[in-house]
Design a binder for this molecule. Structure first.
Ligand code: ZN
Length: 140
C-alpha cells in the first residue's frame, strides 16, 4: 500500500498573553481527513513563543502550570532579559522551551493511540495575535 501524507495548519488567536487549549478534537479531525489508519501524527507549534504538549485536561493543573511557569520565567520585570530590546517576550521564549515544541502520536486502526488521560494542548505564551500549529500525518 502506498504511503499517505497529509498536512494542515491550524490557526489560533488567543486573547490573553498565556493560555492552554485542548486541540485533540481538531487533530482527530485532521486524522479523519487524512484517511490514515496506521502511522504517525506530528503536531508542532510554528512559533517560538508557543508550545504543543500532551497532558491531562484538568483546570487545576493548567492553573498550576501558569503559576509554575511564571515563577521560572516571570514576565516582569521585562528589563531583566537581554532579549527584550524592542520586544518584551523573552519570558514567552523560555516558557515555550520548557513546555516543548511538538508531540508525536501513534495512529492505530485509524485512531489517535493516546494513553487514558492524554490530551493534546496548544500552549500560548505571547498571545493576542494569530499563530499557527502544523499537523503532519504519514502512514497508510
Ligand atoms: Zn522574542
Amino acid at each position: 500500500m502506498p504511503m499517505k501524507h497529509y498536512r494542515k495548519e491550524l490557526w489560533f488567536h488567543v486573547p490573553s498573553r498565556m493560555a492552554f487549549m485542548n486541540i485533540t478534537a481538531q487533530v482527530d479531525e485532521c486524522l479523519s481527513e487524512s484517511g490514515v489508519r496506521e502511522g504517525l501524527v506530528l503536531v508542532n507549534a510554528m512559533h517560538i513563543t508557543a508550545s504543543v504538549f500532551i497532558n491531562d485536561d484538568e483546570r487545576g493543573l493548567h492553573h498550576d502550570y501558569e503559576v509554575w511557569l511564571e515563577k521560572l520565567a516571570p514576565y516582569e520585570p521585562t528589563g531583566q532579559y537581554r532579549h527584550n530590546v524592542g520586544e518584551k517576550n523573552a519570558d514567552a521564549h523560555m516558557k515555550r522551551q520548557i513546555m516543548g515544541r511538538e508531540v508525536v502520536v501513534a495512529i492505530t486502526s485509524g485512531r489517535l493511540d493516546l494513553g487514558p488521560w492524554e490530551q493534546i494542548f496548544y500552549g500560548e505564551f505571547d498571545g493576542r495575535r494569530k499563530k499557527r500549529v502544523l499537523v503532519k500525518i504519514i502512514g497508510e
